[in-house]
Design a protein around this ligand. Sequence first.
Ligand code: NZQ
Ligand code: ZN
Length: 385
Amino acid sequence: MLNFEFYNPTRVLFGKGMIARLDEQLSPEARVLVLYGGASAERSGTLAEVRAALGNRTVREFGGIEANPTYETLMKAVAMVRAEKLDFLLAVGGGSVMDGTKFVAAAVPYEGEPWDILVSKGEAAKKALPLGTVVTLPATGSEMNCLSVISRQSTGDKLLFSNPLVYPRFSVLDPMRTMSLPMKQVINGVVDSFVHVMEQYMTYPVDGMAQDRFSEGLLSSLVEIGPRIVATPDDYDLRSNLMWVATLALNGLIGAGVPHDWTTHMIGHEITAKYHIDHARTLAMVFPALLRVRRTEKRARLLQYAARVWNLTEGTEDERIDAVIRKTEEFFEGLGVPTRLSAYDIGAEGINDLVRQLEDHGMTHLGENGDVTLDVSRKILEAAA
Ligand code: NZQ
Ligand code: ZN
């Protein structure tokens, strides 16, 4: 196993009716900014529950954070927090609102140009306002990690930062609050979580026994949850399971002490930046292609994944690897998520642009061994064509 430091300070309040517990998480004197996205939080009644739980505290609201949150919009929230001297940020939404809130938290006390926080990958942030979240979309794991992904409209960039100061103090996970999601977003959550686990698992073995079994348990759960949740969308237990699996997929636990390969996410972010395709949908195109291109480097893990998650134990090693890559693709396609760039009319010219974007963002040595060069990324995109 590799050396690691594991730290996760986020308190999780999980289950039906837990929004009421916001009251005890915040000081009565807190001056709160509630941040949310478009119309869904109001329409679903989640905001009403949040307002009721916050009681007589000073509360301001900032709506309109878009999917793939933009620096331009978030800077308006930064100005509001500064002007009104608010001191606690409460995100009510999915990954976009939670990530946007983390950026606001770090940007408010930042003395320079806050975009530097992203350019420095988070290092520039030395202070942050405290924040909490009420999750309405299980997918990103943002509720229990210190990552944030922000887009900048004016330049077309989509960059990620990480800083322990932006771990949520608490996150409320009430599966009932996900019932209003369009099925497309539920499925996005299944796919995003699946790929999060994979990027901390599908590398090379380091004998992390618990990490492997945790990861395989999460993957197997998602394989089961996906089709069942489509068939019975109102099933509370399935919603609960998806919500907790999505959180565990990216809260640091399964990734401690094992190598990571975030190639799929880095290429996927470039696809979203250029084509505005939903985050999870970009991953479904890149990940199976990555497996095909990197099957030699990932051979041992592909065989373990085949045996333990899909029970593929018959045939030669190469046959099992072929079969498990096919299974992975069929899993995504079976949920109605395309696995080819052609489904979005992205052709050779698009691939050239994406490789150029990767270069501009310094994504030239990705992967668990740092050997996913621009040439390899190009091969992956071509394999996804
Ligand atoms: O804007 P509203 O009206 O709220 O609608 C949202 C949005 O359009 C809707 N929605 C959310 N909860 C709902 C709901 N609709 C009905 N009922 C509900 N309960 O869903 C749409 C998508 O929301 P969004 O937050 O954009 O989705 P997601 O949670 O998938 O987040 C995607 C963002 O997270 C980043 C992605 O890059 C992307 O920007 N990621 C963040 C990560 C992290 N912080 O760790 C890791 C991820 O890999 C990812 O990169
Ligand atoms: Zn993701």
